[in-house]
Design a protein around this ligand. Structure first.
Ligand code: HEM
Length: 179
């Protein structure tokens, strides 16, 4: 997992819960990195899982809720870091349906070792989209947060339903309807 995902995560934890919480979740985890991340480095996903688990234990918020909130913050990082990529799009359905064959393709050119999910488009109309998310990391709520913010970015809103195809969340159907 890319370092930018860790550095932005820890910044958000500090903003919302304070530096003590950052210290607490780092020191209660067993981290190969020692909890020191650079945005361009690559770190084990298990480090992120431990940090999320300990944050969840300390706040009472579920990992899904934490990932959703984190993704909503991460979207603004993407807006600032990759304005050109976002400017390619005029419509949220067009953008979200292009993650697999455009956006994450570009991401892989920048970060060849990125660990990305797959999003298969199953059905698409002007105002609706059905996609299958597949990833061993089961970060579907991270996807949900990014989708919410994508609609907001285009001054729009949507109703987004998630249906787990696999109980462990490694395969999830997203049903998206523009409001
Ligand atoms: C400009 C737009 C975008 C950029 C630059 C971008 C970039 C990235 C990067 C750098 C990662 C982390 C990879 C790693 O840690 O190795 C990531 C992960 C991810 N992205 Fe994107 N992304 C964009 C848009 C989106 C959108 C709109 C979605 C909405 C569904 C999305 C869904 C995900 C998910 C779910 C992950 C987590 C990894 C996983 O589930 O396996 N991305 N993306």
């Amino acid at each position: 997992m890319k370092g930018i995902v860790f550095t932005e995560f820890l910044e958000l934890v500090e903003d919302k819960f304070g530096l003590e919480m950052v210290d607490k979740i780092i020191s209660s985890s067993e981290l190969e990195s020692g909890g020191i991340y650079t945005s361009v480095g690559t770190y084990s996903f298990s480090e992120m899982l431990q940090l999320l688990q300990h944050l969840s234990d300390n706040t009472g918020l579920s990992i899904d809720t934490l990932l959703l909130v984190y993704a909503e913050h991460f979207f603004s990082v993407l807006e600032d870091s990759y304005p050109g990529l976002l400017a390619t799009y005029k419509d949220p359905i067009e953008m979200i349906s292009s993650i697999e064959n455009h956006i994450h393709v570009e991401v892989r050119k920048i970060y060849p070792d990125a660990e990305l999910p797959t999003f298969e488009v199953v059905e698409k109309t002007k105002d609706s989209l059905v996609m299958i998310y597949t990833s061993s990391r089961a970060m579907h709520h991270f996807g949900l947060g990014l989708m919410n913010k994508t609609f907001e970015h285009f001054n729009s809103t949507a109703t987004i339903e998630l249906e787990k195809i696999k109980e462990d969340g490694t395969e999830v159907r997203f049903i998206i309807n523009k409001n």
